[in-house]
Write a protein that binds this ligand. Structure first.
Ligand code: PEP
Length: 228
């Protein structure tokens, strides 16, 4: 199934989440949306975010429980109704998360019964293959299977910048990642209503991870319907 995930990052509040989810739920039901829609809110909003779609955490800890103030376990994500955990978003890699730590988080997600969405992507000026294949090698735990793991290819230079790779580059890079991993590969980085049709209908694109544009429900609805 095609996957479309809304990463709210550190945005939103209770009112926003209630209004957004009611609108999204109505839209999915009325339009008979076939894609798997996932909302990834800030952790405190996980109990507010409800509707005919999946929910996921933006991050999790690798331990089941313990003295880790401020953290959230994969087990608790599952307990709160999540099906997914985002692991290794570039905004967290930039804060110092290593691929090894991300693999531990993905493993904890699998052990808790969650699907892990593992993010990889090169920085501006970095060689795609060198960076992304090294990340892929180290960020995938031994528990990863095609049933419990999705790779999000997110070129760091495309996140929140309005810049995107060419469609041909996306198709080729996704093909390489798919061949190497055997997993679904979704694209993230400045997906907007204006480019959603082209990107979501491109070869080898199994879904979208949408940041900024997912915060506006009208834009997110247009992105959902862009896939033919
Ligand atoms: C993201 O947060 O994963 C992302 C792709 O952000 P944006 O769509 O804003 O570039």
């Amino acid at each position: 199934m095609f996957i479309i995930a809304a990463n709210w990052k550190m945005n939103g509040n209770v009112n926003f989440a209630q209004t957004y989810c009611a609108e999204l739920d109505k839209f999915i039901n009325e339009q008979g949306v076939k894609s798997e829609i996932i909302v990834l809110p800030s952790a405190p909003l996980l109990t507010v975010v409800k509707g005919n779609f999946k929910i996921g955490g933006q991050n999790c800890h690798y331990e089941k429980s313990g003295a880790f103030t401020g953290e959230i376990s994969a087990e608790l994500l599952k307990n709160l109704g999540c099906d997914y955990a985002l692991c290794g978003h570039s905004e967290r890699r930039q804060m110092g998360e290593s691929s090894e730590l991300i693999a531990a988080k993905a493993e904890a997600s699998h052990n808790a019964g969650l699907k892990a969405i593992i993010c990889i992507g090169e920085n501006d000026g970095e060689d795609f293959a060198k960076t992304v294949f090294a990340q892929l090698d180290k960020s995938l735990p031994f528990t990863a299977t095609a049933a419990n793991t999705i790779i999000a290819y997110e070129p760091v230079w495309a996140i929140g910048t309005g810049r995107t790779p060419s469609t041909k580059d996306i198709e080729e890079r996704h093909a390489e990642i798919k061949t190497k991993s055997g997993f679904k590969v979704i694209y993230g980085g400045s997906v907007k209503p204006e480019n959603a049709a082209e990107i979501s209908n491109a070869a080898n694109v199994d879904g979208l991870l949408v940041g900024g544009a997912s915060l506006d429900i009208e834009q997110f609805k247009k992105i959902i319907t862009a896939r033919k």
